[in-house]
Write a protein that binds this ligand. Structure first.
Ligand SMILES: NC(=O)c1ccc[n+]([C@@H]2O[C@H](COP(=O)([O-])OP(=O)(O)OC[C@H]3O[C@@H](n4cnc5c(N)ncnc54)[C@H](OP(=O)(O)O)[C@@H]3O)[C@@H](O)[C@H]2O)c1
Length: 326
């Protein structure tokens, strides 16, 4: 099968198209023909091996990456099931997470996939798991409610485009923070107000919001909580961080500051969504309340270019690679 391969950490150019034997599903696994895979900032970090903490996770390896084929978030069709798999069958259209998704075939565990919404294209379905962090942050942790004033920082990115729509679908009034060029995009997703962070300070209105959802994590925790009403919630899923442990420093700082702040502080760690959590996202999409925002679709051959684009941190919604059926 054709697959994107890398043997060392580095920039997107370390990834090259090659061939690998098609994997065989072991017990409890399914073989999936990948039809589309999300190209995320997470993939850029895993391929770079930075922050270095990534190398200690199952996505990394020392001194070289354990997994030659990168890619995680996919949509595709089940072609074979391993022993003991009863919940899926060949022909099922699914989406979810499986390591090695930048290839024609990958192995997935049924607990990390769900049935693809029929209304979505393959590239659209491949983006849905990225909605898990904002779903967890806004609904579970942030308990966003009708008529609340919500500020979404980083509203035009992959996470932010889901966040704007989820907050809106819950009846909140959304102020989106993005640069001027993305104004129409976020208004189209349901934002009521836009603050262009390149022209004005988005954190200049003390006590205005019930909830701040931060997908950038650049500004101080004090500045982000100052704009909250008493008992407001600050939910962060990102952080500029450093080259060793990335956003973990900010997450730790939030934990340490929690007892001393009147605002609620929540950090989001949205790892490996379950079938139930993916199915819940699929229901949001099927109800028409939220939809994937895709900026560009590339072919697998163009994956290094897609990764380089994502690495600029200037994407608008999602970037996806689409594979042809064979
Ligand atoms: N904790 C978790 O479980 C979890 C899960 C998923 C993702 N994440 C993290 O969430 C973050 C967001 O991911 P993403 O997919 O949305 O990709 P991204 O690369 O962070 O988003 C790109 C977008 O960010 C905007 N942006 C850049 N700087 C900004 C600023 N200072 N203020 C407002 N907007 C700004 C850009 O708009 P302009 O071009 O207009 O500046 C662009 O549209 C990443 O750090 C990712 O690692 C965390």
């Amino acid at each position: 099968m054709r697959a994107a391969l890398r043997s060392d950490y580095g920039p997107p150019s370390v990834v090259a198209l090659g061939t690998r034997p098609r994997p065989r599903p072991g017990p409890g696994q399914v073989l999936v023909e990948v039809r589309a895979a999300l190209v995320s900032i997470g993939d850029v970090h895993v391929i770079a091996g930075k922050p270095y903490l990534v190398r200690l996770t199952p996505f990394g390896g020392i001194p070289r990456p354990r997994q030659p084929v990168p890619g995680l978030t996919f949509a595709g069709e089940v072609v074979e099931v391993g022993a003991g798999v009863t919940e899926l069958a060949p022909g099922d259209a699914i989406f979810g997470e499986a390591q090695g998704a930048f290839a024609e075939y990958t192995l997935a565990a049924p607990k990390n996939v769900a049935r693809k919404p029929a209304t979505l294209s393959w590239p659209e379905a491949a983006t849905v798991p990225w909605g898990f962090a904002p779903q967890l942050g806004l609904v579970e942790l942030g308990r966003v409610a009708k008529h609340e004033e919500v500020l979404i920082v980083g509203a035009s990115g992959g996470v932010g485009t889901w966040a704007v729509q989820i907050a809106r679908a819950r009846g909140a009034r959304v102020t989106a923070v993005c640069s001027g060029r993305n104004r129409d995009l976020v208004l189209g997703l349901g934002a009521e107000r836009v603050i262009d962070y390149t022209a004005e300070d988005p954190l200049a209105e003390p006590g205005r919001y019930d909830l701040v959802f931060d997908a950038i994590g650049e500004r101080s925790i004090a500045a982000c909580t100052r704009v909250l009403r008493p008992k407001g919630r600050y939910v962060c899923c990102s952080g500029a961080g450093n080259v060793l442990w990335g956003p973990l420093g900010r997450m730790l700082a939030m934990s340490l500051q929690r007892p001393f702040r009147s605002a609620e502080l929540h950090t989001v760690l949205a790892l490996s969504p379950s079938t139930e959590q993916l199915a819940e996202l699929a229901r949001w999409v099927e109800s028409g309340q939220v939809r994937p925002a895709i900026e560009r679709v590339y072919t697998l051959e163009k994956l290094p270019g897609a990764l380089a684009h994502v690495a600029t941190r200037r994407t608008r919604g999602h970037v996806v690679v689409e594979l042809q059926s064979h």
